[in-house]
Structures are given as C-alpha cells and as structure tokens.
Ligand binder design. Structure first.
Ligand SMILES: Cc1cc2nc3c(=O)[nH]c(=O)nc-3n(C[C@H](O)[C@H](O)[C@H](O)COP(=O)(O)OP(=O)(O)OC[C@H]3O[C@@H](n4cnc5c(N)ncnc54)[C@H](O)[C@@H]3O)c2cc1C
Length: 478
C-alpha cells in the first residue's frame, strides 16, 4: 500500500504519517516511512535530540568513562605503574560532557530538520487530527514516540528535603560532598559507582536483595559484592520510609531493615527509582488509543495501539526501555504504517541488554530465571574471569560468563556476562543466537588468542562435551 491520500498532498499540513516525538524511536520510524515514499512530519516539544543523547546513554557513559579511568589510575600499581593521586577537574568533565552532547545533538537535529517539523506539545483532537500550538495537522496514520520522564518522587519528605534525579545528576557542575542513591536499578548502579569513583562517599539503599533485581541472582549478587569491595556502602532489603533534614542541613534517609529502623545521612540524595511514560496531555483518548499512566500505551507485536492506525514505539510503550529496542520498534512501525504491512517485533534477541557498571553486565536471550519460570529445560556452564589468562594479564579478573543451552541439541538459549567489557564481549553471542547456533558450533569456530572474548568458548565447550558424553551410550545402544 502506498501513501493513502496522494491526491491530497497539496493541502497544508496533511501528511501520510505524523510521528509524535523525535527521539530514537520516533526518528527511526520517520526515516523508515519516508524511505518507503510516505510524506512524514515530525512533532516534538523539545529540546530536540532525544533522551539517549541529551539525558541518557551518552552523557552517562561520558561521565562513567572518566570514573573508570580514575579507578584504573588508582589501581595502576597492580600493573607495576606508580602514579601520584589523580585529581578530578569536575568542571572540565562537565564541560567535556556538554561539548560532546552538543555535537551528538547537533547531528541528530540536522537529521530531524530534514522533515517538516512542528515544535510544541502535541494533542490529538480526533483520530486523524493533531494540534500543535496554533497548527492543526492531518494524517491517516500516526506513530507516538514520546518517551518517558523521571518518575515523581514517592517518598515522604523527599520533595521537601530536595534531591537530584538522573537529569540533574548528569548536569552537576560539582560533585556532591556525599551521596545516598535510592534504588538499585541500572541508572542508580551506573551513576552511583561513577560518583563513588569521582571521590563522593556513596551509600545505596535498595528494597531488593541485590542490585539489578531483575537479573539472575548470581549476576546481581556478584555485582553487589564487587561494588561493596570497592567501598560503596550498599544497604539491601531496605524499605525506605521517609526523608528528613537534620539541623546541620544533612539529608537523612530513614529505612527499615531486618525489622529495625535505621538511617543514613548525606549531603545529597539521588532518586533513581524509575521512569514513567509520557502520555499526559497527548489527548490519546480522542484518538481511541488505550493507555495507562504507569505502563504506557499498550501495543501488539506489530506496534499497533488499540486504534490500528496509531502505532507507538519506545519508552512510551513500557516494553524494554532501551535505545536499540526503540529503534527496532520505530523501524517496524515505520514500515507497517507506510505500507500497511503487519511485520512483527521479535524481542528474543532485541531484549539483549547491558549495564555499564564495572564490571559490566551483558545479557542475551533468556536468563536462567526466565527459563525456569517458563519450565524450559537447559544445560548451564560458567567460567570465571580469574581463571582466564588474558583477563589475569590485564588485571581484570572480576566476574564470570555463563551460557545456557538446550539439552536436546545444544542450541544456545541465553548467556550472561558479569565482567570486563561485557557490553562488547556479548556481541558474538548475539550473532551466534541470531543464526540459531549451538554450543557445538560456537566451540568449533576459530577464536583469536589471547583475547578476553575467547572466554566464551569455555562454557560452550563444557556444554558440548556434556552433550557428547550423554550421546555416547545412546549411540552404543543403537
Ligand atoms: C541515565 C540514563 C541512561 C541510559 N543509558 C542507556 C544505555 O546505556 N543504553 C540504552 O540502550 N538505553 C539507555 N537509556 C534508556 C534510553 O535513553 C531510552 O530507552 C531511549 O532514549 C528512549 O527513546 P524514545 O524514542 O522512546 O524516547 P525519547 O528519546 O525520550 O524521545 C521522546 C521525544 O518525544 C518528545 N515529546 C515528549 N512528549 C511530547 C509531547 N507531548 N509532544 C511532543 N513531543 C513530545 C520529547 O521531547 C522527546 O524528544 C538510559 C536512560 C537514562 C535515563
């Protein structure tokens, strides 16, 4: 199916497709639909650039790079290099981050401006009309990609005491003198470790038993222990009750742990307890789009909402809040909206994710918890970095890799890495799983030596060997 109303193209503000939100997901949808010949307009209430570039992945990874370097310098003695105590120039770091973000954003904005662009908050007036300020835009189809915002602070006394969220944490001109991080998800863990490495005494307070409560326990517990060893105080299984301010101005978090009331004080509190979808004020009800304030816009596998002519992608759908997911969803929605196709999103590999702590975390395919919950049988093997020659030579021995495979044929079902450069090391397994590889395939492929990534061959070989051994009696019986 081509553009729906080609004869009406000359009517002002009428397009084949209007994309609301020009972040990672919306921009991908707009580009994809335009490449297929659709006339596409973008709407965004700014600032232009999207969360990843402006207040997410890129600024956080810029800060973390400096934190990691400081840590390496502190530990240079392990590799026989004596250095003095490093000094962090936080103002220079903030300026470096600003400059890099500006460059990335400028590039993205140049791309956005190749579309007819309407700047301002969007509001659906009907299933085919969208108001942006004084302008009314028309289209038979829409993609909503309005992203998410920091969740409102829900702890009594926190708003009165004052706190920073991830937006503010990335924009500081000077580090706090001491910090309490509320929450042990990936944002709290990544930035909590950064602030600790930047010299800020840091305490993390979390409800779960370990950091990254959604991950397998060995991964989450392992990371929690490593961060503790590094000097971060981590209070687990802690129910935050309220926040108060002491006479000396220190902010106090009161929590209950092991049935006892406890407290911790610091100069600043970083509230890192999640995000909510941006659905307010969009007038989605006027477009027949069902949504929920906390879980966002419900979509089917083809990214269609309850109105089949309105698609939604990215964080606003409440699926996996990751850039590569937003982009994949955007591309699929763009193709489906432009052509009327019913292409489906497949999250088997897309839900691959990584966390930029040190050691890093990277997960592909199913976790053990998911396999167990689904009642799927699997074989598992792990291998520690402290027994891997290259990791030992580099002095980067924290963590392990593990692989899960089908006991029937050795097909790789999932893998997790807690270790150095996990975000890069996971890549060959994504490719292997994309092609349906088995552990036997993976073990047979040549791998360079000595490399960090060759560690993945050990669990693959171990499972392949167990399968081979198990098959021998069967072969004999035949
Ligand atoms: C601190 C932090 C670190 C992160 N690190 C990573 C990482 O390392 N890797 C990773 O994959 N993900 C990371 N993420 C998550 C990632 O940034 C998001 O999943 C992704 O950017 C979401 O893209 P999106 O297109 O859904 O939304 P966005 O990029 O947020 O785009 C939404 C757009 O919609 C516009 N908009 C909103 N409301 C309206 C309205 N009413 N009218 C018009 N326009 C509107 C906004 O201005 C915005 O431009 C991180 C997030 C945070 C907060």
């Amino acid at each position: 199916m081509g553009p729906r109303f080609p004869e009406e193209q000359k009517i002002p503000n009428r397009f084949d497709l209007i994309v609301v939100g020009a972040g990672s997901g919306g921009y991908a949808a707009a580009r994809t639909a335009r490449d297929l010949g659709a006339s596409v307009a973008l709407v965004d209430d700014g600032p232009l650039g999207g969360l990843c570039i402006l207040r997410g992945c890129m600024p956080s990874k810029t800060l973390i790079a400096t934190g990691d370097l400081l840590h390496q310098i502190h530990n240079a003695g392990e590799l026989a290099v004596e250095v003095g105590t490093p000094h962090l120039d936080y103002r220079a770091l903030a300026e470096r981050k600003r400059t890099l973000v500006r460059g990335w954003a400028d590039y993205r904005v140049a791309g956005i401006e190749t579309f007819p662009l309407f700047q301002g908050p969007a509001h659906f007036e009907s299933r085919t009309t969208l108001r942006v300020g004084d302008e009314v835009l028309y289209a038979p189809r829409f993609v909503v990609a309005t992203g998410s915002s920091v969740a409102p602070a829900a702890v009594p006394g926190l708003a009165e005491a004052g706190f920073i969220d991830s937006d503010a944490a990335l924009d500081l001109e000077a580090p706090p003198q001491s910090l309490i991080v509320l929450g042990g998800g990936y944002v709290g863990s990544e930035l909590g470790q950064f602030f600790h490495r930047a010299g800020v005494p840091t305490t993390m307070v979390l409800r779960a038993q370990h950091l990254l409560s959604g991950e397998d326990h060995d991964v989450g517990i392992g990371l929690t222990e490593y961060l503790r060893e590094e000097g971060i105080r981590i209070e687990t299984s802690a129910q935050t009750r309220r926040v108060s301010v002491r006479a000396d101005g220190m902010k106090v978090v009161h929590y209950v742990q092991d049935g006892e009331e406890r407290e911790v004080a610091a100069h600043e509190i970083f509230y890192a307890l999640g995000r909510v979808p941006n659905v307010d004020g969009l007038g989605l009800e006027n477009a027949g789009v069902d949504f929920h304030a906390l879980t966002g816009i419900a979509v089917d596998d083809t990214l269609r909402t309850s109105n089949p002519d309105v698609y939604a992608v990215g964080d606003v759908t409440g699926t996996f809040p990751l850039v590569h997911v937003a982009i994949q969803q955007g591309e699929i929605a763009g193709r489906n909206a432009a052509t009327g196709a019913r292409e489906r999103a497949d999250y088997r590999l897309t839900k691959t994710h990584t966390i930029f702590t040190d050691p890093q975390v990277a997960v592909v395919g199913e976790t053990e918890r998911e396999l167990e919950a689904a009642g799927i049988e699997y074989l598992q093997a792990t291998y520690p970095f402290n027994d891997h020659g290259k990791a030992v030579a580099l002095g980067r021995t924290k963590g392990f890799v593990k692989m899960m495979a089908s006991p029937d044929d050795g097909r790789i079902l999932g893998a997790a890495i807690l270790g150095p450069e996990a975000s890069d090391l996971i890549e060959p397994l994504i490719v292997a799983m994309a092609y349906g590889a088995t552990v036997q395939d993976y073990a047979r492929i040549p791998h360079l030596h000595p490399t960090l990534v060759e560690i993945l061959t050990y669990p693959a070989e171990e499972i392949a060997e167990r399968l081979r051994a198990a098959a021998v009696p069967l072969a004999v019986a035949k």
